[in-house]
Ligand binder design. Structure first.
Ligand code: ADP
Ligand code: MG
Length: 400
């Protein structure tokens, strides 16, 4: 599950990361209140920031031509005008794709006097099986580009999950980033707090880009988080009801939200052959088989090991709401799953949805004879296949 910047910052603050003052707003009235509050507290400039689940907002463009999803403002009137220009408007960034994302929320935060910007993140290194801290002095930049063109500019510090990020490790990274004097200890504390946020919230990624070295009004220097990105491991959400409540369904693909309601694992893809499979591994190899025979899968869909007839029906409805779909491939290997349950689900779904698209079915395993009989006796038009490759070939041919 992905979070908005303002939510990620809230969690980071709880764990000790230093973040500039700010508040979210979903209407122009709320924005004005937040703006007035910051100016009343003595801040001289504010930043109005679009909250969408995508990066590259600063360099993005709104559909009506308004440039930039992150704006500095030095008066309450200016800030309110910027807020009004962004709210309800659709922002297109490198990460949103051409359709863009509607801005329903803003973060109004105090503007900082930036000296330099850094990139820091904590994530899981799957090869090492350990969390790592990644950092770079190339802050504010697209980190994928830095990793590709100048990999030597990325600092990696492996973290012992039992010990957490140690102070000496934080200092080592701070020095490697070019920080000196008191800033070394302060940065180390921030990095340790970032690791705790990742660990205690069951994050899969926490990222601050940029972490900025700023100059305060009194001339002192300090390191703070100006942006924040965070995703949480869905399997651990049950341990964090407060974080689960932060979920913003309007930011997620509607079909995936619908699938989630039925405990189905669905991911929409760009092809035209819909797949309905039990088990993630079989679903992956089914997509491979479709590709192997020159087709393109329209989705990944794992109905799980013990799907019910209702789930199969829901799965069909979800598959069919994708207008690109031109053929359906059902590939079931009945282990725990009873093939006849699937067969009954298919028949019910085909009848209720009035399916006209070609439907290829390959059933194998537990109670397969009864399943095949149910399909034959139903009178439903379908293309049967005995093996997975036959099923894939037939669905590719049917989609053409
Ligand atoms: P995105 O990564 O989506 O473009 P950021 O939050 O990183 O959005 O903002 C883009 C840029 O705006 C930052 O790199 C930083 O230079 C500037 N910025 C963001 N927040 C502040 C702030 N509170 N004060 C000053 N500048 C900021
Ligand atoms: Mg950023």
């Amino acid at each position: 599950m992905n979070l908005h910047e303002y939510q990620a910052k809230e969690l980071m603050v709880r764990h000790g990361v230093c973040v500039p003052a700010g508040e979210p707003a979903t209407s122009i009235e709320e924005a004005r209140t937040a703006i007035d509050k910051l100016f009343a507290e003595g801040h001289k400039r504010v930043v109005v920031k679009s909250q969408i689940h995508a990066g590259g907002r600063g360099k993005g463009t709104f559909k009506d031509g308004f440039q930039g999803g992150v704006h500095l403002a030095d008066s309450p009137e200016d800030a309110a005008a910027k807020a009004e220009a962004m709210l309800g408007n659709v922002l297109v960034t490198k990460q949103t794709g051409e359709v863009g994302k509607q801005v329903n929320r803003l973060l109004i935060t105090s503007a900082q006097d930036i000296i330099s910007e850094f990139y820091v993140a904590v994530l899981l290194d799957r090869a090492l099986g350990r969390p790592i801290l990644m950092a770079s002095a190339e802050g504010g930049m697209n980190i994928e580009e830095v990793a590709e063109k100048t990999p030597e500019k990325i600092i990696r510090e492996v973290i012992d999950p039992d010990l957490g990020l140690q102070s000496f490790q934080g200092r080592k990274v701070a020095i490697a980033l070019g920080l000196r004097g008191k800033l070394i200890g302060q940065t180390a504390s921030l990095l340790q707090a970032l690791f705790r946020t990742w660990h205690e919230c069951d994050g899969s990624l926490v990222e601050i880009n940029p972490m900025a070295l700023i100059k305060n009004e009194d001339g002192t220097e300090q390191v703070v988080a100006l942006d924040a990105k965070m995703s949480i491991d869905d399997n651990a959400l049950y341990r964090h009801p407060d974080i689960a409540e932060m979920r913003d369904l309007s930011e997620e693909a509607p079909l995936e939200v619908e699938a989630d309601k039925h405990d189905l694992n669905y991911i929409k893809l760009d092809g035209n052959i819909a797949c309905l499979v039990n088990g993630a591994g079989l679903a992956m190899s089914t997509m491979d088989a479709i590709k192997h025979y020159g087709g393109e899968p329209a989705n990944f869909l794992d109905v799980g090991g013990g799907a019910t007839q209702e789930q199969v029906k829901a799965a069909f409805e979800i598959i069919l709401s994708d207008p690109n779909v031109e053929a359906i491939l059902v590939n079931i290997f009945g282990g725990i799953m009873n093939c006849n349950t699937i067969a009954e689900g298919i028949v019910a779904a085909v009848k209720e949805t009035g399916l006209t698209l070609p439907l290829v079915v390959r059933l194998e395993g537990n109670n397969v004879a009864a399943g095949r009989q149910t399909l034959t006796e139903s009178g439903v038009t379908l293309i049967t296949a005995d093996t997975m490759s036959e099923a894939a070939q037939k669905s590719v041919a049917a989609a053409k």
